[in-house]
Design a protein around this ligand. Structure first.
Ligand code: ZN
Length: 198
């Protein structure tokens, strides 16, 4: 059945979300219209301002609506340690562990030539800038233990080690193919403690 133009557009708009097929999108649109218009309006307003205002931190590249994110501007972090992760979600997972006090760099992806993700896309320029400032003594590679995550870690290691910076890779306890965000804080903490120097 075809609905009105605007309703069709609303259903179609929900389909941009991961895992949302036509049926689910239809259910979401009807739910908001039938029972939840106030929340629907709030969702629309929040989506609009978030999409327009959230950019990336100048230093670590995580999502931030200020030029420098809260963590980077806190001034109480150990600038000699830099943990490199694939996404802001992974950064949150490491933070949740509660033991890491260093800084971060978020690749916003991983090397994947077939998907158009090369060195530029994962932030080679801002990363090099961060490393040449001279504060970083150790880089912890916490990319996901997937094939692409491992390849990215290997590539980064080759880039960073010649600069005389200690490079280590989280290893133990992180299951192969497991994404950091799904690993419990205890396992991740052990993976950090048992990291291998490359
Ligand atoms: Zn930052």
């Amino acid at each position: 059945m075809k609905f009105s133009l605007l309703l069709e557009q609303l259903i179609e708009a929900f389909r941009c979300l991961p895992g949302v097929g036509p049926k689910t999108a239809q259910r979401m649109a009807f739910h908001l219209l039938e029972r939840n218009r106030d929340n629907g309006l709030r969702l629309a307003a929040t989506l609009s301002s978030a999409m327009q205002s959230i950019g990336h931190c100048d230093s670590c590249r995580t999502f931030s609506e200020t030029p420098r994110c809260k963590l980077c501007s806190a001034g109480n972090r150990d600038a000699s340690k830099l943990c490199i992760v694939e996404s802001p979600v992974d950064m949150a997972a490491v933070e949740q562990m509660g033991t890491y006090r260093g800084l971060y760099f978020v690749l916003m992806g991983r090397l994947s030539p077939l998907d158009g993700m090369g060195p530029e896309e994962i932030g080679i320029q801002p990363l090099t800038l961060l490393l040449t400032k001279g504060h970083v003594a150790e880089v912890i590679l916490a990319t996901n233990p997937t094939v692409e995550g491992e390849a990215t870690a290997h590539w980064l290691s080759g880039l960073i080690k010649p600069k005389g910076i200690r490079v280590s890779r989280i290893a133990h306890g992180v299951p192969l193919g497991g994404e950091l965000e799904y690993i419990d804080a205890g396992t991740l903490a052990r993976a950090f403690e048992g990291r291998d120097v490359l």
